[in-house]
Design a protein around this ligand. Structure first.
Ligand code: 9UX
Length: 72
């Protein structure tokens, strides 16, 4: 059972930023698919809530040096 959440991500300035975040998220346990959009400063993440939380996803992005907020 997967859920999908959208995040705003602040601080991405070049295409390598979005690629980097995308790679890291896609390697996380419990994440089925993560897509990061540089121009839109956002990410769309499909994940298993039993394995990873929204806070866990945000923490991961923040640790890379960006600021993530769940949309809504
Ligand atoms: Mo580009 Mo992003 O040189 O952290 S990778 S700004």
């Amino acid at each position: 059972r997967f859920e999908k959440s959208e995040f705003d991500i602040y601080g991405m300035t070049c295409a390598a930023c979005s690629t980097r975040i995308e790679k890291v998220l896609n390697k996380m346990d419990g994440i089925k698919q993560a897509t990061v959009n540089l121009a839109a400063e956002s990410a769309s993440v499909e994940y298993n809530p039993g394995e990873v939380t929204i806070q866990g996803i945000k923490d991961k992005i923040n640790k890379l040096g960006y600021e993530a907020k769940e949309k809504g």
